[in-house]
Write a protein that binds this ligand. Structure first.
Ligand code: HEM
Ligand code: HEM
Length: 194
């Protein structure tokens, strides 16, 4: 019997891609497509060709340049929500539960890894729910200020994902090179149950 059933492996890799994609959109928003730096750049470059724009106009232009990229945050956000629902269904399969069985008999290290997974799942559920609430705040009848406060928490909690992802990748690479040979390739070809 395989350790990871095909559907779980597909789920893991699609989910990893979507989360990395979401982090990518945040990275772009905060760097190359930051409206603050682009508004300054636009103001400067336009003035070089004798076009003066106000601060507000420059901000509108910079945000318009960022908008098509940020649409991907929402598209990937929907994908994440669907993937989390799929993960709930996978919980009814052996591949989806094995990491959380016989918890008491496991080493301290394994216990920490598994608690980290549970923690990150809770964080992802929070990100999906808060993200959807911010996106649909008008439909939900919420005030702009309330949506803004939720966005601040969404942004704060994002740091947990920023920490988990590199830790997880480094962790499985170390495990692969030490006493858990095949841990990564098992997630690719399925492996076999020990
Ligand atoms: C791109 C590099 C990645 C590699 C090589 C990788 C590899 C793995 C491996 C080998 C496992 C199984 C570990 C075990 O048996 O305990 C695993 C599990 C897991 N991975 Fe990744 N992963 C990657 C990216 C990600 C990303 C970006 C996320 C997003 C949050 C993620 C989320 C998870 C979760 C939640 C589990 C636990 C699955 C379960 O519920 O049993 N992974 N990963
Ligand atoms: C891994 C999951 C996610 C991460 C890491 C993440 C990260 C972030 C961050 C850091 C911000 C603040 C950006 C800034 O103001 O500089 C943000 C804003 C936002 N996110 Fe997410 N997010 C995730 C999931 C989602 C989901 C599932 C949705 C819903 C579809 C969503 C919708 C939004 C919206 C609507 C904003 C506000 C944008 C604005 O103020 O214009 N996010 N997200």
């Amino acid at each position: 019997m395989q350790k990871w059933r095909l559907d779980f492996r597909v789920w893991h890799w699609v989910h990893a891609t979507v989360v990395l994609g979401l982090l990518g959109t945040v990275f772009l928003r905060k760097t190359f497509l930051s409206w603050r730096s682009n508004a300054e750049l636009l103001t400067q470059k336009l003035s070089e060709i004798n076009l003066e724009v106000t601060e507000v106009q420059a901000k509108v232009l910079a945000k318009a340049i960022r908008a098509p990229m940020w649409e991907w945050h929402i598209i990937l956000g929907y994908a994440l929500t669907a993937l989390l629902l799929w993960r709930v269904i996978l919980f009814f399969t052996q591949s989806g539960t094995q990491n959380y069985q016989n918890f008491k008999t496991q080493s301290i290290h394994k216990k920490i890894v598994k608690l980290e997974y549970i923690f990150i799942y809770s964080v992802l559920i929070f990100m999906a729910l808060s993200g959807l609430i911010i996106h649909f705040y008008e439909t939900l009848g919420l005030l702009k200020e309330t949506a803004h406060s939720i966005k601040e928490i969404h942004e704060l909690v994002f740091n947990a994902i920023l920490i988990f992802v590199p830790l997880h990748i480094i962790g499985v690479i170390i495990a692969e090179n030490q006493d858990e040979k095949g841990i990564i390739s098992d997630m690719i070809h399925g492996g076999s149950k020990s």
